[in-house]
Write a protein of this length. Structure first.
Length: 62
């Protein structure tokens, strides 16, 4: 259960960083898209880990 909470919090953190990075790119007309791509990718990874951990906790799953 602790892993699920950790992964969920990290997902939320990286979603916020993605939005902030997009705002930075929009405001300062930056050409560096890594402010958005990297946090978005990490957010997707941790969201996937949340789903996997939840499936492990269900009875009957191996």
């Amino acid at each position: 259960m602790k892993n699920v909470q950790l992964y969920r919090n990290l997902t939320l953190l990286f979603m916020i960083l993605t939005i902030l990075g997009a705002g930075y790119m929009y405001i300062f007309k930056s050409d560096n898209s890594f402010f958005v791509v990297i946090p978005c990718l990490l957010s997707a990874i941790f969201a996937t880990l949340v789903g996997r951990e939840k499936n492990k906790e269900k009875p009957g799953n191996k």
